[in-house]
Design a protein around this ligand. Structure first.
Ligand code: PNS
Length: 162
């Protein structure tokens, strides 16, 4: 059984992430969306909120599981018996960091490979950071995040404004 991992902070999940999830899931028997619990950045959405949002958006996908992880990705991959990591590349701005991460992981574990997927051009400009900025200003997020989670995200806006 081929197990793949799609790791990230997902703060929050965007249409760009969903595109990568759908395409990655076709290449493996099981895809684990691994949500980082001990991010060095302080996420706007709690771990539970980030996982719930992904659960809602990906409910229809049979071979996709959502889990949390902490510590090193290579250790988590070993635990899952996964040998491939998927990451999306939006453009050159992602490349250097992503290559460095893939090479560091590969240096620590020769069993783990990273597959980069070129983000769908329609979503190439979307970033969780900018989505959060739009959210903070109560802007329209409908073209940036999946329809299923718009209400949750708007509820968070109210919580921030309260
Ligand atoms: O969505 P992000 O924030 O770009 O995802 C980054 C992530 C979670 C893939 C990366 O920070 C990670 O793998 N963290 C776990 C710690 C680790 O293994 N670090 C060494 C990788 S070089």
């Amino acid at each position: 059984m081929r197990v793949g991992i799609y790791p990230g902070t997902f703060d929050p999940l965007t249409l760009g992430h969903i595109d990568i999830i759908k395409r990655s899931a076709k290449m493996v028997d099981k895809l684990v969306i691994a949500v980082l619990s001990n991010a060095s950045k302080t996420p706007m959405f709690t771990l539970d909120e980030r996982m719930e949002i992904i659960r809602k958006a990906m409910a229809h996908m049979e071979n996709v599981e959502i889990q949390q992880f902490h510590g090193l990705l290579i250790d988590y991959a070993k635990k899952l018996n996964a040998n491939v990591v998927f990451r999306g590349l939006r453009g050159v701005m992602d490349f250097e960091y992503e290559l460095q991460m893939a090479q560091t992981n590969r240096c620590m574990s020769e069993e783990l490979d990273t597959i980069f997927l070129a983000t769908n051009v329609n979503y190439a400009f979307i970033s969780s950071t900018l989505v959060k900025e739009v959210i903070r200003h109560d802007g329209p997020v409908e073209k940036l995040i999946p329809a299923e989670i718009v209400d949750d995200v708007k509820a968070k806006i109210k919580e921030f404004k309260a």
